[in-house]
Every structure is written in C-alpha cells, then in structure tokens.
Design a protein around this ligand. Structure first.
Ligand code: FES
Length: 429
C-alpha cells in the first residue's frame, strides 16, 4: 500500500493523470459536438473556400435551407443525383425495341430506350450538335431518334447515324458524336437503375441489391411483371419532404379516408390490404428517392419515385405492375383508385409542406445518409478547390467538331440559321 501511495504521488504519475483527464475531456467534448444534429450549408459560388462546410450549430435541427435553399439543391445535384445509383423504371415499361421514356432528374434531362438487342440503355437527352432535346415526349417508340432542329439522328445504341450536310465536311467524325451514354444496371427482377457519373463505373451497391432482392422475394415478384399504369405528377414541395411519406401518420390517415370513401366495397378491401402492406415486409425504400410496395398478396406492386425538379418542386412518378399470371379482374378499377389515392396524398404533402418552418425536423430515414453524402462531396470539393459535377461530359474531338460546325455555318447548312442553339455539343450545365 505504501508502495502504491508512493507511486501515485510521484511527479510522473501526476502528469499521466492530468494527461488522462485532458484526453477524456477532449473525447467527451468531441462526442457531444458530433452528437448535435444541426448543420448549416454555406458557400455558394463555384469556388470553394474555408466557409464551405456543413457547420454544426444547435440541436436538433436539419441544415439551414434543408427544405428550400437553392444552394442545398445545387449541392444535392452534384453530391447525390449526379453520382448515385437511381432507380428509374422497370423493363416491362419498354414493350419493344425503340420504346423510350424521358426523365428530368434534378435538371439532368435523360432518357431510357430499349435496343434491338433488348438491352435498356440510358442517354443524356441532348443532341450532340447544338444540345437540343432529342425525345420531346415523355414516352414513345422509335428505333431512330431524330433531332428536329437540323436532322441529326441516333439509333437505339446512341450512335449518330445521320448528320445532314456534315458528312462531307473534313474533320467531322460521326463516331465521335454519338449520344452521351449513362451507366445502367438492370437487376434480375428487371429494375433499371442509372448512374450519371461520367467517370469509371461505380459498382452497384450491395446494400441496394439486397434490398431489392428482399422486396422481390417478399412480394413474390419473380422476373416477369406487366406494366399496368403510371403517371408523373408534380407537387410543390421539396423532394426530401416527400420521402418522409411513410413516416407521416397523417398520410396513413389520408389513405384511410380514401378507403372509407372508396366507391365499392371490393376496392375498399383492396385498399385496406394496400395500407396494411405499408407496414409489412413487402415494401422497400431505395436511396435516395424511391419506394416499392406490393399488395394483393404479391399480385400487384407499385414503384413510387420522388424526382426533384427544383428546391421546391418535385415530380412524383408512380408505376403499377401486375404479375404476368394475374387476371384482369378489377385491375382498371384498382389502378384508377390508386391514381386517385396518390393524387390525394400529394395534396396532403403539399399542405403539410406549406407549413414547414426552416427548422422543422426531417423524419425521413434518409437524412443521415444524405448528410453523409453531402459532407463527403463538400470535402472533395474543398480539396479540389472548386465545385465538382460528376455528371458533366466533355466531348471528344471538340476542336474538329468546331471546325466542321464553322464550315457548316459558312455554307448555311441544314437551315442552321433558323434557330440558334447553345453553340456547344458538350454538356456542362
Ligand atoms: S441537329 Fe440537333 S441541335 Fe442541330
């Protein structure tokens, strides 16, 4: 004991004890700081400086501008939508070669199309001549997609097959002016994902693949689904607010109201099952903006996507599918009722969103994942010294293209004077 007392009172033991206390105090302070859940996103120019951070401030808010800031939305475009795997559609929505569907994902116009080889490919919906839109309708079928302005045409693999007046121009190479293709991944169950990152292929996340497998198994999806109906609706709310759909009791209440007001008992029964399935295993939330639900004992399933159009506007795309063996009983009635239900839900979300305050909590399970992704991207930009937009494309051989374009203008080819374009065949948004 004497030995112990002597040891404890030596100068070195006192220093060790003091260092230990200081270390523990520092750890506790760091932990407390990290546990606060309020952030502020600052820095809005393309140049990144020291103020460009998610700043911890007070508990328990979400970042300032979370629901309404243009700056946050722009960061989400760079940090999430231009480099995450995004679910867009199911192969059943593309009935034959040339079938296409257009999307606008946070300001990135893209389209999916089915090739003659049955492969679903994704492209930026931007003509390589002067950046006009190629597919102007939301859906359609055409194995050759022509740009209406000067007649450039592309096949379902994105290859430029026709460029009137350009063929004889020295330096112009069709093979360098095909559509910009986007990475795609089609799951065994036919779900089509895209990743807009122009760099190397980012592996499809195992966690997403597992979630899809789990849902497909619980919903008894199989590999064959029939597309029954779908629609894109527009809502005036932030996309992240829509993603908290399943956590809003008021939305469930709204569904119950719809059920009780349903036109016929059979539809009401189906809706009750639908609601029950909301809390069953046969549902899935896929980061960052999708829900899948199955109901009617796996005979039907729905994909619901919240597609940001701006910081305050969201496009809501829903598609309803049936298994190939399902009979047509009540399908029309059910799809109409679900369309009506989703419209009502959107109205409810809009009403709720209109009363959201800047500091309102985000109850979505997405929040921490979104924050992690935003913070990680900000760190990259800070290191880089400027903003990084992974979806940006730079055309190859642009100098030859410019020479050809100049020659074309000199001879006023293809009515190029009729309408001015962006003057660039690249995508720099
Ligand atoms: S042909 Fe498409 S912009 Fe000219």
């Amino acid at each position: 004991m004497e030995f112990l007392s002597a040891y404890l009172l030596t100068p070195s033991s006192v220093i060790v004890a003091l260092l230990t206390v200081l270390f523990l105090t520092h750890q506790s302070w760091t932990h407390l700081s990290r546990s606060k859940k309020s952030y502020q996103i600052s820095g809005g120019s393309s140049k990144v400086d020291d103020t460009y951070n998610l700043v911890v401030s007070k508990e328990p808010d979400v970042p300032e501008g979370w629901w309404s800031s243009r700056e946050v939305f722009e960061l989400e475009r760079r940090a999430i939508f231009s480099k995450s795997w995004l679910y867009l559609a199911h192969v059943a929505q593309f009935c034959k070669a040339g079938a296409y569907q257009s999307f606008d994902i946070a300001g990135f116009p893209i389209f999916l199309t089915r090739g003659k080889d049955d492969k679903i490919r994704a492209f930026h919906n931007v003509c390589r001549h002067r950046a006009y839109t190629i597919t102007r309708k939301e859906t359609g079928i055409s194995t050759v997609l022509g740009c209406r302005y000067h007649g450039w045409s592309y096949d379902t693999t994105g290859r430029l097959v026709k460029a009137p007046q350009f063929d004889g121009i020295p330096g112009f190479d069709k093979s360098e002016n095909g559509l910009f293709e986007i990475h795609t991944h089609t799951t065994d169950h036919g779900m089509v994902f895209v990743n807009l990152d122009s760099g190397e292929l980012i592996p499809f996340p195992n966690s997403t693949a597992s979630d899809i497998d789990r849902f497909a198994s619980a919903a008894r999806l199989g590999s064959k689904s029939r597309w029954l109906a779908g629609q894109t609706l527009t809502g005036t709310f932030n996309w992240k607010f829509g993603m908290s759909l399943q956590y809003h009791p008021v939305v469930a209440d709204q569904l119950e109201e719809i059920v009780s007001a349903a036109a016929s008992p059979s539809v009401a029964t189906k809706f009750l099952k639908f609601i029950r399935q909301h809390s069953s295993k046969a549902k899935s939330h896929i980061f960052p903006r999708n829900f899948f639900y199955s109901f009617e004992d796996g005979h039907f399933w729905i994909s619901l996507s919240f597609i940001p159009a701006s910081e305050s506007t969201t496009q809501v795309r829903y598609d309803m599918f049936g298994l190939s063996s399902t009979t047509g009983n009540n399908e029309g009635e059910l799809t109409n009722s679900i369309a009506e239900a989703i419209k009502n839900i959107l109205q409810k979300i809009e009403t709720e969103f209109s009363s959201v305050t800047p500091g309102s909590l985000d109850s979505s399970s997405n929040t921490s994942q979104i924050l992690d992704q935003l913070q990680g991207h900000l760190r990259l930009e800070k290191k880089n010294g400027s903003q990084i937009l992974p979806a940006m494309r730079q055309p190859k051989g642009s100098s030859l293209f410019q020479q050809a374009e100049q020659l074309c203008k000199d001879i006023d080819c293809a009515g190029s004077g009729s309408r001015s374009g962006s003057g660039s065949n690249g995508l720099d948004w």
